[in-house]
Structure formats: C-alpha cells, structure tokens
Design a binder for this molecule. Structure first.
Ligand code: NOJ
Length: 516
C-alpha cells in the first residue's frame, strides 16, 4: 500500500477546461502546472487527470488512439513529465486515467485487427467468426464496418471496440479462454502502457470501467480480478508507491482484485447517491423530489447510506480505501441540488470519513451545472465540464481566447462563483473547503486509515467517531439531540452544536468535531 495515500486528498481535473495557458481556448498541461499552488492551497495533495492521450475525442479522450502519446492540444509527453516533476516538487502526486477495456476505433491495433487477413492483432479485440454472427449474453456487437468477415464487440460507444482479455467460460470457438496466448498478450500490452507512464514519473492510475475486462465473468468477477491481481503483483514488485483507484463502485470486489481504492459512484440504488444525489430530473435537467441526506427539506436518512457503506467498509478497511467524491465528469454538479449550508455539510462529511476523498474541479466554489449542447460525447454530462471560474476577467479567467473559440462556454451568470471572490470571503464555500482540508491534514485521526465507529445514526442525525475525535452532523431543519456518553472539547464547527455532559446537541444544519 503506497504510504502517501495515508493523507491523500485528490483533485480531479478535466484537462479540457481547467486552465488554458496558451490562449487557444482549451486547457493544457502548462495551465495545470501554473495552478498547482492553487490546488495545494485548497488542501489537495494529489491529482487525477482525465484522459490526456492522443484521441479522436469522440468520448472526451476515453477513446484512446495512442496510449503512449499525449494529445497535442494539451502538450507533449515532455510537458506531462514536467507536470509530474512540478507536482512532486510540491509533494503532490499525479494519477493518469487508464482505459484498459477499450480503445478508439482509430487505434493502430484496431486498424490491424479489422483487416481481412489474420495478423498479430487479430485477437486484440473480440470478433465473432462470421459477419452474420452477433448477439450473445448482453454484449453489444457492431457488424458491417470492417473488411474482416466478422462482427466485433464494443464496450461503451460505437467508437470504443472492446479489448480482448478472453471469456471466463467460453461457449463458442470465437470466444478465447482467459489463458489464451492472445488474451494474455492484451494483458501484457496493458502492463506495458502502465510501465511506460510510471517510468515517466506518473504515480498511478484511475482505472476506467475496471470491472469490464473479461467477458461472461461470474458474480465475483473472478476473470477480471485475475487480470488486476497480476497487475498489482507487478506494482508491488516494481512500483510499490504507485496507486490504483477503480471505477467499480463495489469496494469488496475491487479491493480483492488488487485496487488500493474504489470509488463510490452515483449509480441507481447506490448508498452514495442517497447522500447527495437522490433526486429525479425534469425535462430541463432540473432536480426535483430530492431526498438526499443533505437536502435540508427532503426526507433524507443517513441509514440508507450506511446500510450499504458499513458492510463494505468493514470488509475492506484492512486492505484499502473507499473513495467518496464530491462529483466527477460523469455526474451532475453537486451544486445542482444542494446549496449554501447544505454543500458545506456535505463536504464536511465527505472529507472526514475514512478513505481517500476526491474533489471535482470547481466543486470547491460550487460551480453550477450549465445546460450546454453535447461536446465530445458528453451529452448530459457536458454541463458538468464547463471552464473553471477563476476571476471576473475575460472568460472568467479561464482563457484569453475569444469566447467563441472556447472548448465550452463559461457560466454566463453575473453571479457565477469565482475563486478570486471566494478567496476574500471568509464565509465562502472555498474557505470552508480549505478549513476542512486543513483540519484533515493537521489531525491524523481524520485521515484515510483511522477507524470509523458509528455512535448514532437516525434520519438527519449522524454521530461518528474516528479514534480520539467525535464528529456529528445534523442535516435537517430542526434541532436534534442524542445521548453520547462522552465529553469533548470543540475542534471545529459549522453552525451551533455541543457535546457536553453526555448529550450531543445539534441545531438545524450543523456540524461539529470534538476531541475526547
Ligand atoms: C467511464 C468514464 O468516466 C466515462 O466518462 C466514459 O464515457 C466511459 N467510462 C467510457 O470509457
């Protein structure tokens, strides 16, 4: 387990829209370098960059054309290496986005694979044995696109053919077993890409659709897990400080497979969703019927989160971490349904739970979800990917390009939140985030490892303990109290609350931390 994860707090950057240093309307590596001090000042000491590799960008870069070459629009491989060096000089770490399950349909491997004549890459993707054969077990097939007399399987969009790691239980001759030399060759190619970037100075990877590799996998994902266990053995042996976080949202399976951390995502029926995103959307993508725990006037109940989280936490706490997120490039912006005190309380919880938290760029100032037409396969996700709002200058400080040249438009509102304004307002969300993360840095009990114990969890009141600290949040609009046979001295508070003489009293929408 890389030791730096003990107190890591991540900042996710969508490189397209973070900071444009060369004025061409799109973000770049140099822009990220120039903002490292800002990120550090927010309180984050690690970055996750969304894919920044050569790509036709039909899915914002999740359609990789060359794993070993950066997209020229962000800079060269040397620029990315400079970003690693600059981050390390500030004691920060950088995770790249690894897309192991599929490539772009323009990747040279795929161009070879689709040829009529067999070649080295013929089995790098999953092809049937006849153009007229498709449809099996929920897999998605494309036919009629290649000279090769076969149909192929995609993993996500049509432009993303699935790489071939084999089938756990093959039932047709075109389904390779997982130990077929060609399936093993795909695995080695993946490891080769990982080594390439780790040798260049990267600190690990966020892994896209990590559970999707082996097809017809069983419930425990044994086939896919075997691939990751092999990868983890390589890391433990050759790169013990490299970290892996999975897009899986099932920590027991993901950590058993070898990941150090797994995200909780906003999938339907997920416990995470009940905290901050338990709403429905109307035709204009406006949330309604919001029963998120942090929605002051909703019907939230912390127990709905804990029902899923706690068994998972107990299962994985000795082996790795659960990563709670403020949001990401696929979710709606957290400020779409929560505001003001609701957001502050949500961050207070997300940043004081065990595990390694992730802050999505702009969430520290409450950037809004902005309806915009789809860009690079974003569809409804595009509204969460708009340019970072630095100040009141041109394009809110994101870029010096003319507005019509920007990757996406900036928030047009006169009240669009900016870093510059919030920096000077002691009560701003930005300063709340900074205070919370400062606290997390200063109090080892609040970091990734120290144990979580639940002291009280009922509807709007959640009281929990992390070693010598007691924490409590009341997300509702009524004051509440409960017996807690501990007395503590206050460390931090949002709103009014107390832990005194065996009672924890919490006014409406409050949060407190006490040392016992
Ligand atoms: C998950 C990524 O987060 C998402 O943005 C992407 O579209 C899909 N995987 C496909 O790679």
């Amino acid at each position: 387990m890389p030791q730096w994860l003990d107190d890591a707090v991540f900042y996710e950057i969508y490189p397209q829209t973070f900071y444009d240093a060369n004025g061409d309307g799109i973000g770049d590596f140099e822009g990220i370098i120039q903002k490292l001090d800002y990120i550090k000042d927010v309180g984050c000491n690690a970055l996750w960059l969304n894919p920044c590799f050569d790509s036709p960008f039909k899915d914002a870069g999740y359609d990789v054309r060359d794993y070993k070459k950066t997209a020229p629009r962000y800079g060269t491989n040397e620029d990315l290496k400079r970003l690693f060096t600059e981050a390390h000089a500030r004691n920060m770490h950088v995770l790249l986005d690894l897309v192991p399950g599929h490539t772009s349909e323009e990747h040279p491997w795929f161009l070879e694979s689709k040829k009529e004549a067999p070649n080295e890459f013929w089995n790098r993707y999953i092809w049937t044995d006849n153009w007229f054969r498709w449809g099996a077990g929920g897999l998605r097939f494309i036919t009629g696109e290649a000279p090769r007399n076969a149909s192929y399987i995609i993993n996500f969009f049509k432009c993303q053919p699935a790489l071939n790691y084999g089938f756990l239980n093959p039932t047709e001759s075109w389904q390779l077993p997982v130990n077929h030399p060609d399936a093993l060759a795909t695995r080695e190619a993946l490891k080769d890409v990982m080594r390439f970037w780790l040798d260049a100075g990267g600190d690990g990877f966020r892994v896209d659709m990590a559970d999707s590799l082996v097809k017809f996998d069983d419930e425990k994902k044994s086939g896919t897990s075997a691939v990751w266990k092999d990868v983890r053995a390589m890391l433990d042996r050759d790169y013990p400080e490299a970290a892996l976080v999975s897009e899986w949202s099932n920590p027991p399976l993901a950590l058993n497979a070898g990941f150090h951390m797994d995200f909780l995502l906003d999938h339907a029926n997920s416990g995470y969703r009940t905290l901050v995103r338990d709403y429905r959307l109307d035709g204009e993508l406006r949330p309604f019927n919001d029963n998120s725990f942090f929605k002051k006037d909703g019907n939230g109940d912390i127990q709905r989160f804990l029902d899923q989280y706690l068994p998972w936490y107990e299962t994985v706490k000795e082996t790795g971490y659960i990563s709670l997120i403020t949001g990401n490039h696929d979710t709606g912006r957290i400020s779409g349904n929560l505001s003001g005190r609701e957001l502050a309380l949500a961050y207070a919880l997300l940043f004081t739970m065990p595990g390694v938290p992730f802050l999505y760029y702009g969430d520290e100032i409450g950037m809004r979800y902005l309806y915009t037409p789809t860009k690079e396969g974003g569809y409804t996700r595009t509204g969460s990917r708009t340019p970072m709002q630095w100040n009141r200058g041109k394009n809110l400080g994101f870029s010096t390009a003319e507005p019509d040249k920007l990757y996406l438009p900036v928030d047009p509102g006169a009240d669009a939140p900016t870093v510059e304004e919030q920096r000077h307002d002691p009560n701003s969300l930005l300063n709340t985030v900074k205070a919370l993360l400062r606290l997390r840095r200063a109090e080892p009990d609040l970091q990734s490892k120290p144990n979580l114990e639940i002291l009280h969890a009922e509807k709007r009141l959640f009281v929990y303990r992390r070693s010598a600290l007691v924490l409590a949040v009341n997300s509702g609009s009524a004051a509440v109290e409960t017996a807690v046979s501990l007395t503590g001295t206050p460390v931090y508070a949002i709103g009014s609350c107390s832990l005194h003489e065996g009672r924890c009293r919490m006014e409406a929408q409050s949060f407190g931390i006490w040392k016992i």
